[in-house]
Design a protein around this ligand. Structure first.
Ligand code: SAH
Length: 511
């Protein structure tokens, strides 16, 4: 097709890509149009033309898709955060269901019938806005020199002024108004990434949805200066303390010229060091997923990792619990455990849980969370998943020397890049009866499932959970079970099969 840059074309959008871009065809030639949705007929301006496809910029929706809705947010197209606001929520769910399915087929190499036989309908949100419990607003200066708070435009670090992101808590705007007013009154500057000068870099806001508690942390470009971190900080605190739910005000020092938002140290200026939140266990077999009455409490500090959508997290963790189908005796390993939320969620139904995580502070939080919830059968280890797990197959040759119990069930919840190859290999050596894989990227999930299935596992159930409405992201939970009761001999083992069974038996006896 002979397109040139800046040509205007009319195209019917037939599909959407994994990043939410509309895809249409003109005489067999694919045109990708960001912000166009499936079912639209649009006018697009060609911005880049390749041999077999082109990128277009949405100029005008000529005929709107039946799935097109009015985005709630005024800066929906400029902001890099959401990609699907113009798509009706039910269709967003359908898009995510297709995305998981396509990745399993294309990347995982599974047959469509196999995928369809095991895939369950995605679990959507009742309220697909205002669901996030955490926001990190960059503070900057606009062209006229006025202080602003907002979001980065897609793929850049230009700040789009917006204090009311529709995904976040309503209180965020009042917090930002208060911080900006304090800065203006006291002549406090915003940080400038270009020069590395200026004081306030980001404002982190967290809210405990069940407790109603709010935490504010200002990230400042300063080194410690006694107990006063900001000029006239009492004024800031007085303002913030008036906001309903305010429970903690702190600063974090970050003088590094990097993209990392938070500094390593936190100093509480007012109120508590942490806020609390409660996660309820739900019965995922009942309609509406009612609470079972079991609850867990967590304390969250500005630096701790905590799932950003607490309502859907309850469903996600409860689904993991259901897939794990524990009887009360199993040894469960929770790899990539963060602050131990999944470990503690499963502990009540397991014999023993071992959590593994690389960030030492998170393990500290996990141990505290165990104590806080009166859980005594969970242990946490610092290290890479594969390294710690390997210790459970140490070939000691002697009884009583096995350091860690062998897993009956392994849960993994890795970051987007998926499991390390070494981690998959160790899992295949250990051959637990069941693996529950929690994934925030179905492409790397599909890649890893292929390896696990070639190594003797079978997909039993797969289900998406929408944790991130309006965006293209989706969480997926997959249950795998060991195809044979014994490990496959074609899996390379540094241990002999006899050793393996001996160790596994000894491990059981030693528990
Ligand atoms: N399951 C937790 C956290 C999941 S996020 C929850 O639901 O809250 C993924 C976690 O994996 C992060 O905490 C990250 O620090 C950790 N991580 C990354 N690479 C790892 C590795 N190789 N071994 C163990 N943990 C790792």
């Amino acid at each position: 097709m002979d397109f040139r840059k800046n040509d205007f074309v009319t195209v019917e959008i037939e599909d959407m890509g994994s990043e939410g871009e509309g895809i249409g065809k003109i005489a067999g030639f694919a045109v990708f149009v960001k912000d166009a949705i499936v079912g639209d007929t649009v006018e697009a301006r060609i911005v880049k033309c390749m041999k077999n496809y082109a990128y277009g910029r949405l100029e005008k929706v000529l005929e709107p898709s039946p799935f097109r809705v009015e985005p709630k947010c005024s800066c929906d197209r400029q902001c890099g955060g959401c990609q699907l606001q113009a798509l009706a929520y039910e269709e967003q769910l359908a898009f995510k269901q297709r995305k998981i399915r396509n990745n399993l087929i294309r990347i995982g190499g599974f047959a469509p019938e196999y995928v369809d036989a095991h895939m369950e309908p995605i679990i959507g949100m009742e309220e697909p806005y205002r669901y996030r419990n955490k926001a990190q607003y960059p503070i900057g200066t606009d062209r006229d020199g006025n202080l602003t708070a907002g979001f980065y435009a897609g793929r850049t670090h230009n700040i789009i002024a917006n204090k009311n992101c529709w995904l976040g808590a309503e209180e965020n705007e009042a917090v930002l108004d208060c911080v900006l007013e304090y800065m203006r009154k006291n002549g406090i500057s915003a940080y400038d990434e270009g020069t590395g000068r200026g004081l306030v870099r980001h404002v982190l806001i967290r809210k405990g949805f069940t407790s109603g508690e709010i935490m504010v942390c200002l990230v400042i470009n300063a080194k410690e200066k006694g107990s006063r971190f900001l000029p006239r900080q009492d004024e800031l605190i007085r303002g913030l303390a008036k906001i309903k739910g305010m429970a903690s005000v702190s600063v974090s020092m970050n003088t590094d010229r990097t993209n990392v938002i938070m500094g390593k140290e936190i100093h509480t200026l007012w109120g508590k060091d942490t806020i609390s939140d409660t996660i309820h266990v739900r019965d995922m077999r009942q309609p509406g997923y009612p609470f079972t009455g079991e609850v867990l409490n967590f304390h969250i500090s500005p630096l701790s990792f905590y799932q950003v959508n607490p309502v859907q997290t309850e469903k996600l963790y409860s689904l993991v619990l259901e897939y794990a189908s524990l009887t009360g005796n199993e040894v469960v390993w929770d790899l990539y455990c963060g602050i131990g939320t999944i470990s503690l969620f499963l502990a009540g139904s397991a014999g023993k849980v071992c959590g593994v995580e690389v960030v030492p502070q998170a393990i500290e939080d996990a141990r505290e969370n165990a104590v806080r919830n009166g859980i005594t059968n969970a242990e946490f280890y610092i290290g890479k998943a594969e390294d710690v797990l390997k210790e459970s197959i140490q070939d000691t040759g002697e009884k009583n020397k096995i350091k860690l119990p062998l897993p009956d069930v392994i849960v993994v919840d890795p970051p987007r890049k998926g499991c390390d190859g070494a981690c998959l290999e160790v899992m295949l050596r250990l051959k637990p009866d069941r693996i529950v894989y929690v994934s925030c990227d179905s492409a790397t999930l599909a890649r890893d499932l292929k390896i696990l299935c070639e190594g003797g596992y079978e997909i039993r159930r797969v289900r998406g959970v929408d944790q991130f409405g309006q965006t293209v992201h989706v969480e997926t939970v997959c249950l795998l079970s060991n195809r044979k009761s014994k490990p496959d001999t074609h899996v390379k083992l540094s241990l002999s099969m006899d050793d393996y069974y001996r160790i596994k038996e000894e491990g059981k006896n030693n528990q």
